[in-house]
Design a binder for this molecule. Structure first.
Ligand code: MG
Length: 162
């Protein structure tokens, strides 16, 4: 078994919708980034790569590469997962936290969970998703940014290459 952790932060700016967890949520702000800035999928991607000791999302998809501008984070997560499978691992489960003051995540939680499960070809019961506010303090509480964290568990399917 291998455990991995991922963490990401993206700044908020005016204008919606908000791309988060592979879906577009109606909101008056969106996240800034070189790709589609999906902070949750980036944290998941880093957790998977980290558990397999394959580096991080920035090494796979550098922001200096024009090909990655506006790139779909769902596509990046899928590609990273494929690489993890090739390296001899199977994803067991993930558990994630979204830190955001607004919008309320509860109405979108099941849709996000099912979308992540679809991207990772996992049963939805293996995707944990929680949301916390910033209690009106810090970068989350002041609505300057959204932060996401993910832990994942991989099991070896073959002798790993690393
Ligand atoms: Mg990111």
């Amino acid at each position: 078994m291998r455990v991995g952790i991922g963490h990401d932060t993206h700044r908020l700016t005016s204008g919606g919708p908000l791309r988060l967890g592979g879906i577009d949520i109606p909101h008056d702000h969106h996240l800034l980034g070189h790709s589609d800035a999906d902070v949750l999928l980036h944290a998941i991607t880093d957790a998977l790569l980290g558990a397999a000791s394959l580096g991080d999302i920035g090494e796979f998809f550098p922001d200096t590469d024009a090909a990655n501008r506006g790139r779909s984070s769902a596509q990046m997560l899928h590609a990273a997962h494929e690489r993890v499978i090739q390296a001899g691992f199977r994803l067991v489960n993930i558990d994630c936290i979204i830190f955001t003051e607004r919008p309320k995540i509860a109405p979108h939680k099941l849709v996000i969970r099912d979308r992540i499960a679809e991207i990772l070809k996992l049963p939805p019961g293996r995707v944990g998703l929680k949301a916390k506010t910033g209690e009106q303090v810090g970068i989350v509480g002041r609505e300057e940014a959204i932060v996401a964290e993910c832990v994942c568990l991989l099991e070896e399917t073959a002798r790993p290459s690393a």
